[in-house]
Design a protein. Structure first.
Lengths: 649, 122
């Protein structure tokens, strides 16, 4: 049997449980008597244990079992929830997360998994006095709860049933088999779900995990038939929860309702599959463009109509695929609560994190890409921004530091703000460090506006300076953060008031997988420029440009605009070729730091949809490019980041 | 022993073909026929057969409704659907209503016997 299929499900479901458990833990720390949360945590531990047992990951099952017992004892009033218990729980969740990653990679479980399990067990066996309930608090004794989510102690099986390709009505056949399995035991999980099969959605293979008393031989006899091409059955380890009634084949209705939903109306898809779809779609768009170009302008009416329909269908396909790739910010939010919580507890600082705009959606590749940068900024905020409680009180601030993350959607972009009420950054001190490090002369430093000075911490030579963190309160690794955000097509801006706090604003595109872009030519090379970054296009008479100390300026009704030549920026070649002087040259105007700038190109070859391919190391460090796209006939165009291009030139 | 069968179909040809296949095997005795869903329920109550073969599209009460009605009367009733190609949604509805299995026309004696033995003996 192909255990890989189960492995993917196991990894993704376990991760979800771990993330939800971590979020529940953060909640529990604030509301230690919240029974619902305790039950939830117990169920997460229990579910992970069951799944890990089924997959044969004994050390993971053992630790999650210990975790389950921990929450069981807290909710039953045998233990009092203390910070020490919280630390144990968080360590266990972290260790489980690492172990899942190792399991996914086919590696041995990490050493800390066993250690963590042993220390949690010994804690449970002899809890310190602080964690023991005092007899004088009867009201804290939680009422006894119904039996937890259980599948009984029936043997469980994983089955993979392939319906013969020539079978009539495969979905109906799958339903017959599903009903037979239901008649013989209990279905724990199936893909597709029963609801999907009832709706006729079935692709030929039924994956089922079920618990039954029937021996394997009679299962085979029951399920096999001419319409079944192959049947793979594998027993999985029994997972009896504590306190489950022995021999009880069907749990009570109360226990059933307490059970996490195992049957899903949705289908899990590996994200790599979505990436492949996108690649295929990109190819289709390339073929469409080739077809259009090779057919020329004069087409028979029906060919034109077919092309038009092809275009519309590709458009719809693209829209659907893009929406499939969108996920809410909520998806990554729990991790940030943990970062702040863990670091705050390590440093002895009290910090409250609020997260707003959890339902704002972003492309999953962007969501994944911003996790590390946001974590980094949060660590900076807790470590260097937020003061100690005494210091805060002395400055007239509330003793608990505040950090907030807020995401807001605006059309085709999302703004993410990370705000803290810590000590803020001092532009005067940053200027001083820049001069000391000979990055700027005193005059240059003084000429910069405060906003520009703050951005200095995102330049590589600057932010690696360890001393800077002491003086500025923020800044370690901010160059890495900025590079990462820009590689996602985003922008980062820092606002700060000394003594009051810092606000970092990220502006992110909804999606980086696909852009609508101008295709331009300069010095014989093709480049792409996202339409969203261009304010407008103009035709410029080169003779009309004013030159001033090597700079070119275009006089317009809105004022003077500094112009750059793409060919010159790319190759250091002279401005433009002779013939350009005789006719107008196209230029793209765009906004850069609240000013309008222009870039002259040899030709604008049109607008089109482009699939963005990320650049990999070492090219990803080139800030003037945000990616590449493949054109017809396999030509490659680099996608320009106009702001960084000008800054670098 | 032989299994008692009720055949429900509005086409005489189909009724006699199914009857012939089943009786020829020696394991079945056709105890009755019905040509509408309403009649099927009535005959089921009178005859108490081990097996019902049920056409889906019939006048008055269709096969899905009849299946639902029979299962309501006897949750253990063994009903198999006889369907034509292209009726998968109806078959799924019948299975959800309680039918045990189905067979798609045109069918061979071998397929019919395999299916009915399978549902009766497991």
């Amino acid at each position: 049997m192909d255990m890989r299929k189960y492995m993917d499900l196991f990894v993704s479901e376990t991760r979800e449980h771990l993330e939800e458990a971590a979020e529940a833990m953060v909640h529990l720390e604030q509301h230690p008597h919240d029974e619902e949360t305790l039950n939830l945590l117990f169920r997460h531990g229990h579910s992970i244990k069951g799944m890990a047992g089924s997959m044969g990951f004994e050390p993971i099952a053992r630790l999650s079992h210990a975790l389950e017992d921990l929450f069981d004892q807290v909710r039953n009033g045998h233990l009092r929830f203390t910070p020490e218990i919280a630390d144990h729980a968080f360590q266990a969740l972290d260790a489980l997360g690492d172990a899942i990653t190792a399991a996914e990679r086919g590696e041995d479980p990490p050493a800390n998994l066993e250690q963590c399990g042993t220390s949690l067990r010994s804690f449970l066996e002899s809890p310190p006095p602080a964690a023991q309930p005092s007899a004088s608090r009867p009201h804290e004794q939680a009422p006894s709860l119904p039996a937890p989510a259980i599948q009984g102690d029936l043997p469980a099986f994983n089955a993979e049933i392939k319906i013969a390709p020539n079978a009539a009505m495969p979905a109906a056949r799958a339903l017959v088999l599903f009903k037979k399995l239901e008649g013989m035991g209990r279905i724990l999980f199936s893909s597709p779900s029963k609801e999907a099969i009832l709706a006729g959605q079935f692709e030929g293979t039924l994956l089922v995990q079920f618990a039954t008393n029937s021996p394997e031989a009679s299962l085979r006899q029951e399920l096999e038939g001419p319409e079944v091409q192959s049947l793979a059955l594998a027993p999985c380890a029994p997972t009896a929860p504590p306190g489950a009634a022995k021999g009880s084949a069907s749990p009570s209705p109360a226990a059933r309702s307490a059970e996490p939903a195992v049957s899903t109306a949705t289908l899990r898809i590996r994200t790599e599959v979505l990436d492949r779809f996108l690649d295929h779609l990109g190819e289709l768009i390339i073929h469409e463009n080739r077809l259009k170009n090779s057919l020329g302008e004069e087409l028979p009416l029906d060919a034109e109509e077919a092309l038009e329909n092809l275009h519309k269908t590709l458009d719809r396909l693209q829209g659907d695929l893009m929406s499939l790739r969108m996920m809410p910010f909520e998806h990554i939010a729990p991790r940030f609560a943990r970062t702040v919580r863990n670091l705050g507890s390590n440093l002895g600082k009290r910090v409250a994190l609020t997260i707003d705009g959890r339902d704002v959606e972003l492309d999953r590749s962007i969501l994944e890409g911003i996790v590390d940068p946001i974590n980094h900024m949060l660590r900076n905020a807790v470590d260097h921004g937020i003061e100690t409680a005494q210091e805060r009180v002395a400055r007239g601030k509330p003793s608990v530091g505040r950090i907030s993350i807020c995401s807001t959607a605006h059309g085709d972009a999302v703004t993410l703000e990370i705000v803290d009420d810590g000590r803020g950054m001092d532009p005067q001190r940053i200027r001083q460090v820049a001069v000391e490090r000979q990055l700027l002369s005193r005059d240059e430093a003084d000429a910069l506006e405060d906003a520009e000075v703050l951005m200095l911490v995102t330049t590589p030579g600057f932010s690696t300076a360890e001393r800077l963190t002491e003086v500025s309160g923020r800044g370690v690794g901010m160059d890495v953060v900025r590079t990462r955000i820009e590689s996602l097509g985003g922008r980062l801006k820092i606002h700060s008031t000394p003594g009051k706090g810092t606000r970092i604003v990220l502006r992110l595109p909804l999606s980086i997988a696909m852009i609508h872009g101008f295709l331009v030519q300069a010095d014989g090379n093709l480049y792409a420029v996202p339409v969203s970054s261009v304010a407008r296009t103009v035709a410029v008479e080169l003779d009309s440009l004013e030159t001033e100390g090597g700079e070119m300026w275009l006089r317009t009704e809105e004022g003077r605009i500094q112009m750059h030549s793409l060919a010159a920026l790319m190759n250091g070649n002279g401005l433009a070729k002779e013939e350009h002087h005789k006719r107008p040259v196209p230029a793209l105007l765009f906004h850069c730091d609240d000013r309008t700038r222009g870039i002259l190109v040899d030709a604008v070859l049109g607008k089109r949809d482009m699939v963005v391919k990320p650049l990999h190391s070492p090219l990803e460090n080139l800030r003037e490019y945000s990616g590449a796209t493949i054109l017809e006939e396999g030509r490659i165009a680099l996608i320009l980041d106009l702001q960084n291009l000008i800054a670098g030139g | 022993m032989s299994y008692k069968v009720l055949i429900v179909d509005d086409a005489a040809f189909m009724r006699s073909m199914i009857a012939q296949i089943l009786e020829k095997s020696g394991d079945f005795e056709v105890v009755g026929y019905a040509t509408t869903g309403a009649e099927a329920l009535q005959r089921y109550q009178e005859l108490g057969p081990h097996l019902v073969t049920m056409d889906i599209i019939m006048p008055e009460m269709d096969g899905i409704e009849a299946t639902r009605a029979i299962i309501e009367h006897d949750p253990d009733a063994v009903i198999v659907m006889c369907s034509a190609l292209g009726q998968e949604a109806l078959v799924i509805e019948s299975l959800a209503a309680g039918a045990r299995d189905f067979i798609v026309k045109p069918f061979t004696a071998e397929k019919v016997l395999q299916m009915v033995h399978n549902v009766l003996e497991h």
